[in-house]
Design a protein around this ligand. Structure first.
Ligand SMILES: *[C@@H]1O[C@H](CO)[C@@H](O)[C@H](O)[C@H]1NC(C)=O
Ligand SMILES: *[C@@H]1O[C@H](CO)[C@@H](O)[C@H](O)[C@H]1NC(C)=O
Ligand SMILES: *[C@@H]1O[C@H](CO)[C@@H](O)[C@H](O)[C@H]1NC(C)=O
Ligand SMILES: *[C@@H]1O[C@H](CO)[C@@H](O)[C@H](O)[C@H]1NC(C)=O
Ligand SMILES: *[C@@H]1O[C@H](CO)[C@@H](O)[C@H](O)[C@H]1NC(C)=O
Ligand SMILES: *[C@@H]1O[C@H](CO)[C@@H](O)[C@H](O)[C@H]1NC(C)=O
Length: 314
């Protein structure tokens, strides 16, 4: 009875998603809560998405299935705004809003307000005399990799940096700094050339996509989730607006002997005992999201199990 209930719930949920009209509140709130978002009281996000954050999102999304270091922890980047909007001098970031739990693999500070190519910013830490990091200019602002400079401060509740401007004849204002802490991300892969993903093929299969379609056999079908339909876009989630979630759909033959059906020994036993087989997902991929959590912290997170990449008869 319980299984039937869950199954019915899932069907209604999927149908609701597809029509974009109805989302059972309990399931959707659980999904948001895993991201640290309380779906209760929330006004639409008014904070503009910085080009720097958006560029990082695109970089991470492109390699999202390669950057994961732990199977149980999602790769993510947390963004902290400084306490005061200073130009030069002391920068103080309050880290208490989102504690840093996980392996810090990179710390970066971006100055998003001043993109002038001519200036150079020098960053130092009160705890690491003698180390000085220079920023480099990008389309999204001036960036500095301060991993070595600031690593010993990430477990503090505040992170302090000094910024000074050199090579500038005029005073620099509105640096709009933002601190980015990378967690559980293999950053060495982030900047490498994308490698081709290994896609397993069933070499001895006699069924191809065409026959599968003609015979309406179990197969992967494209299905796009639009966060606007859920009312989540700009309320909880800033990017992406839509993503490819996919579904498995079609019939499973009584005896799924062809390797195309990706059967297991369990399935062959089910067949022996005349149990019904279902066309189901057998492999998932991640999807990267940008959202603002309950503590007003912008986060990029590569969330596992968000889209189906392979199906099978199970
Ligand atoms: C972080 O990575 C190191 C190895 O690089 C590992 O020993 C350590 O357990 C990791 N920390 C966490 C919190 O998983
Ligand atoms: C912050 O971290 C530094 C370096 O580990 C340490 O010396 C300092 O006492 C910490 N400051 C606070 C306020 O916890
Ligand atoms: C990061 O990726 C590189 C290249 O694939 C790999 O050699 C390295 O072991 C990875 N590091 C971690 C901590 O997973
Ligand atoms: C494919 O078929 C050949 C010949 O029947 C067999 O030797 C081989 O093991 C099969 N390969 C797989 C992956 O099933
Ligand atoms: C969240 O941050 C924005 C600026 O980034 C600020 O305007 C707003 O007041 C903050 N909201 C809360 C509840 O702290
Ligand atoms: C089984 O896996 C292969 C290899 O990934 C895939 O090409 C095939 O479409 C899958 N079968 C089904 C029923 O989706």
């Amino acid at each position: 009875m319980r299984t039937l209930g869950i199954w019915l719930y899932a069907v209604v949920f999927a149908a609701g998603l597809r029509m974009g009209v109805f989302v059972p509140p309990r399931l959707s709130s659980e999904f948001l809560q895993t991201l640290g978002i309380d779906p209760g009281e929330r006004v639409p996000i008014t904070r503009p998405l910085l080009p720097y954050v958006q560029q990082l999102f695109l970089q991470i999304e492109e390699k999202q299935d390669d950057l994961r270091m732990y199977s149980d922890r999602d790769p993510r980047v947390l963004f902290y705004n400084p306490e005061s909007h200073s130009s030069e001098g002391l920068l103080e970031f309050d880290l208490s809003g989102a504690p840093i739990d996980g392996n810090v693999t990179k710390i970066e500070v971006a100055f998003t307000g001043h993109t002038h190519r001519q200036i150079s910013l020098q960053i130092t830490s009160p705890y690491r005399p003698g180390i000085r990091v220079s920023s480099f200019h990008t389309e999204q602002g001036h960036l500095a990799d301060i991993t070595n400079l600031a690593m010993d401060q990430v477990l503090n509740t505040t992170l302090n940096l000094f910024v000074s401007v050199s090579k500038s004849t005029h005073q620099v204002r509105h640096l709009n700094p933002i601190l980015a802490v990378f967690l559980d991300i293999n950053v060495s892969l982030l900047h490498s050339v994308r490698r081709k993903r290994f896609v397993p093929t069933n070499r001895n299969s006699t069924i191809n996509m065409e026959t599968a379609e003609t015979l309406n056999y179990c197969r992967l079908k494209e299905w796009t989730v639009d966060f606007r339909d859920l009312g989540w876009y700009e309320k909880f989630i800033q990017r992406p607006i839509t993503y490819q979630a996919n579904i498995c759909d079609g019939t499973c033959p009584v005896a799924p002997m062809d390797p195309y059906f990706n059967a297991t020994n369990h399935v062959l036993l089910k067949f022996r005992f005349n149990k019904r087989l279902c066309c189901s997902p057998i492999e998932y991929m991640s999807q990267t999201l940008i959202f603002i959590n309950n503590n007003n912290i912008t986060a990029i997170q590569t969330v596992r199990g968000m889209s189906v990449s392979r199906c099978g008869c199970r």
